[in-house]
Design a protein around this ligand. Structure first.
Ligand code: GLC
Length: 439
């Protein structure tokens, strides 16, 4: 593999997707700024241009709501995107910012990690001022998560829509939506096999083959779920009063545990202690993640907030407690075994987003099988933190080989490495740079 050539290619993708002070995930398909995408982008950018990496993150704050929420999308301006903005109508909420349109939901809390990764490239005095700049917004965001999304102080954050998990059509969400939130008309469309008509209004399938995206029925149920949240002006309390479905999402909560640790690091560096109540919440989440372990299957699952039952659909999220970093060494060892097992996550081009044996597995369909570079990156970090350096190095090597051979796409077929989804995808390029620069 020619590493210099790969690095140049990755830089080229970032240049292509740069919109000045922030980047689109991919031209055409994703023309706005996304929350966790920008975090991954900044992690790569820090090796090229530290100021630009900082701007990528500060530009996320223009979308922060006055209650602390960081939205998953900040919309581009211009007539062309009117329909996208009107789908969400963030102006319905009194908390949404003036002068900028956003979505009304959040995404995995990667910001604290990105702030620290960027900070590590700075000398101590600059690092301190960088942390001081980002700290208040971060604290408000984490506090919002705990007040609004863990109202009973159980430790696990509740998500209200699959978009918040970042893994839109991941099996646990598909199965919850099917069971509890399939409007009659979506069921009727499915029964009458009329779902093909939906392609007429979908933008994504104009750019990418439908077989690589969320199915039409799933897309319709996402849309119906979004409309319900919009009717409540995205007010979590009102929604949680009578939720049709709500999920204690495994991936999100693992990322939150790591983000809390990062936030603590930031607070120590600038000598601004975190509120006691927040520290207590942090400890609760670390303990609560253990409630998601299923001893019979030997794996972690997400849980339904309503039935309090585990949603027994295994996904890549099962490996993210390694990234959280707070599970026991014994548990970590069991997760590492899953990585090496054909029954679970071993594949020619690791790591598939659901196990090969899952009934949902489809090597091309978005979060139902393909390999993604961001989840590989998170798992590499997790393996390293538990001392599995060989496994981490192997996964890093495989990930780099995958993109060097097949391009910097959104995701890849785990059986043959075929590039799928959007070409020239920003986080794939940014994390490739990070993997190259930190090996
Ligand atoms: C899709 C992905 C989400 C990502 C977004 C923009 O919705 O599921 O994780 O943030 O695209 O790339």
């Amino acid at each position: 593999m020619n590493e210099d050539k790969l690095l140049e290619k990755a830089k080229g993708v970032l240049k292509l997707n740069d919109r000045g002070s922030w980047m689109v995930p991919a031209a055409d398909l994703y023309p706005h700024q996304w929350l966790w995408d920008s975090c991954f982008i900044a992690i790569g950018l820090r090796h090229l241009d530290i100021e630009r990496a900082q701007t990528e993150l500060t530009s996320l704050l223009r979308g922060q709501w006055s209650n602390g929420m960081l939205p998953n999308i900040i919309f581009s301006e211009g007539h062309k995107y009117h329909r996208d903005r009107e789908l969400w109508r963030s102006y319905l909420s009194p908390y949404s910012p003036d002068g900028v349109s956003t979505s009304g939901l959040t995404q995995p809390p990667m910001l604290a990690e990105a702030v620290v990764q960027v900070g590590e490239k700075l000398k101590l005095p600059e690092r301190r001022s960088w942390y001081k700049k980002m700290y208040p917004a971060l604290v408000r965001y984490h506090e919002w998560l705990y007040t609004e999304r863990d109202p009973h102080k159980e430790g696990l954050i509740i998500l209200l829509h699959p978009y918040e998990a970042g893994l839109d059509n991941s099996p646990p969400w598909v199965s919850e939506l099917r069971k509890h939130s399939m409007p009659w008309w979506v069921a009727a469309i499915e029964k009458l096999r009329l779902d093909g008509v939906v392609n007429l209004v979908r933008r994504d399938t104009r750019h990418i083959p439908p077989g690589q995206r969320t199915s039409n029925i799933e897309a319709l149920s996402h849309w119906a779920a979004l409309r319900r949240l919009r009717r409540h002006a995205y007010n979590s309390e009102a929604i949680l009063n009578r939720p049709l479905f709500a999920v204690e999402d495994l991936a999100f909560n693992c990322l939150l545990i790591r983000a809390n640790t990062d936030l603590q690091k930031i607070s120590e560096t600038i000598a601004r202690p975190l509120p006691q109540e927040f520290l207590a919440a942090m400890t609760r989440t670390e303990a609560a993640i253990e409630q998601l372990w299923d001893e019979t299957d030997g794996i972690y699952y997400s849980r339904s907030f309503i039935s309090h039952k585990l949603i027994e659909e295994p996904t890549i999220a099962a490996l993210l407690p390694l990234y959280a970093g707070t599970i026991s060494k014994e548990r970590a060892a069991r997760l590492v075994q899953l990585l090496a097992s054909r029954k679970w996550f071993k594949a020619n081009w690791p790591i598939p987003s659901v196990p090969l044996r899952s009934s949902y597995f489809d090597p091309s369909r978005y979060w139902q099988g393909p390999t993604w570079i961001n989840t590989n990156w998170l798992i590499i970090k997790g393996l390293e933190s538990y001392g599995y350096q060989d496994e981490a190095d192997k996964l890093r090597q495989k990930s780099l080989e995958l993109v060097a051979r097949n391009g910097l796409n959104e995701y890849f077929n785990p059986l043959n490495g075929h590039p799928e989804g959007a070409p020239s995808f920003s986080w794939t390029a940014a994390l490739t740079i990070d993997l190259l620069k930190t090996s």
